[in-house]
Design a protein around this ligand. Structure first.
Ligand code: ATP
Length: 371
């Protein structure tokens, strides 16, 4: 029937450590928001992967797990990795990096938003207005040279060259993605501006990146275009982060600035992340498995829950079903209200609430039971 056409399939990789608890919390609340938006419960296909799975089986993901992940409408991941479980060469267990590679998840999305009653490292009261999105290219840039690819060598123990690669194909898709995010945000009352963060004054690759930004931006006459060199962007993120809207940049710059920006609005437990390609999107909290607090009901599930909100927005566009956007707004509203009323007090911020209490409180807020 009509309802079945709205049903999404979600690949769920709970992974290791707190990844299990926070992904269960996020999926529970996402499903609840979907139900409130009139969407049938998703078909959730669990995929076993991670360091724990590796320790048991010698494989970092279940047989056919990579293909199964990509066959869904979206992938949700808790966290992967345990410090004591490693490959023989000492590297960490990271099947999710292969997913990024295999599905070319080029658009890394990191929303950075301040919520009331959470720690604010900046003293300026305008810091409570921080609400920006960093879009980090995630398949090329300087990470083209990442050691795992084996593309650069130390020569004669004297010199090492790395390669920063910018391609037109990926940059066009990346910038287009950034302009679409800005368009959607503008509809919700944001400025409607994309800032291209680069180093176009020094590097040919960056001038190329900026040229493609201009080419793509011409298709978005209603969205403002701004430019910032990466060093100035770092300064501006400290000096006036409340004036930023959408920022798009190369992989390494995004790696650095997204952590800086995340630090402006509380802790790891609030950092949501989406990684989106042409075929599939993968959503996960930006934090790791935090083995020091696993199994203690202390983890802040909000990064995972906010990531689930990104996933609902993604599904709205992918499946062309606005009801999923309604679900995302229901989830966001509960979080916003919860913090405003000081009903969300994560232990991570010195509060009294663990994973379960935060989950149940958000559930009650969605039911309109807490005011
Ligand atoms: P990875 O390398 O996998 O990203 P990491 O070792 O850098 O992981 P995380 O696991 O992200 O680090 O976390 C570092 C510390 O931050 C944790 O040990 C934990 O104390 C704290 N932390 C991280 N995420 C959360 C969370 N969701 N709630 C509460 N505390 C957290």
């Amino acid at each position: 029937g009509w309802g079945d056409n709205m049903k999404a399939t979600i690949s769920l990789i709970k992974g290791d450590g707190i990844g299990v608890a926070v992904s269960e919390s996020a999926m529970f609340l996402a499903e609840k928001a979907m139900a409130k938006a009139g969407i049938p419960a998703p078909n959730i296909v669990e995929i076993a992967a991670g360091a724990g799975y590796f320790a048991e089986t010698g494989h970092d993901i279940q047989p056919d797990g990579e293909a199964a992940a990509g066959a869904a409408d979206a992938v949700f991941l808790g966290a992967i990795g345990l410090p004591k479980v490693r490959h023989k060469d000492g590297t960490e267990i990271s099947p999710h990096l292969r997913l990024r590679d295999r599905y070319q998840l080029y658009a890394g999305v990191r929303p950075v938003k301040a919520y009331p009653n959470t720690p604010m490292p900046l003293a300026d009261p305008r810091a409570s207005k921080i609400d920006l999105v960093i879009i980090r290219e995630s398949t090329e840039g300087l990470f083209y040279s990442a050691a795992v690819h084996g593309r650069s060598k130390v020569i004669d123990n004297a010199v090492c060259d790395e390669t920063l690669r910018i391609t037109r194909a990926t940059s066009e898709k990346l910038h287009d993605f950034a302009f679409r995010v800005a368009t959607k945000r503008k509809d919700k009352g944001h400025k409607g501006q994309v800032t291209c963060v680069d180093k176009a004054n020094v590097f040919t690759s960056m001038a190329f990146f900026r040229q493609i930004f201009d080419d793509v931006g011409a298709n978005y006459p209603d969205i403002g275009k701004a430019y910032n060199y990466v060093d100035a962007a770092a300064l501006d993120l400290i000096r006036s982060p409340w004036s930023a809207d959408v920022m798009v940049m190369e992989n390494m710059f995004g790696d650095i600035l997204s952590d800086l920006a995340g630090g402006l609005v509380g802790g790891m437990g609030m950092a949501a992340c989406g990684e989106i390609g042409d075929q599939i999107g993968l959503f996960q909290p930006a934090h790791g498995s935090a083995p020091d607090i696993m199994g203690l009901d202390k983890a802040n599930p909000l990064a995972a829950i906010l990531s689930a909100g990104l996933m609902l927005d993604y599904l709205a566009e992918k499946l062309d079903l606005p009801a999923y956007e309604d679900a995302a707004m229901i989830l966001d509203a509960a979080i916003e209200t919860g913090f405003s009323l000081n009903r969300l007090r994560p232990m991570e911020f010195g509060g009294d609430m663990g994973t379960k209490a935060i989950t149940l409180t958000l559930s009650s807020l969605m039911d309109g039971k807490l005011r």
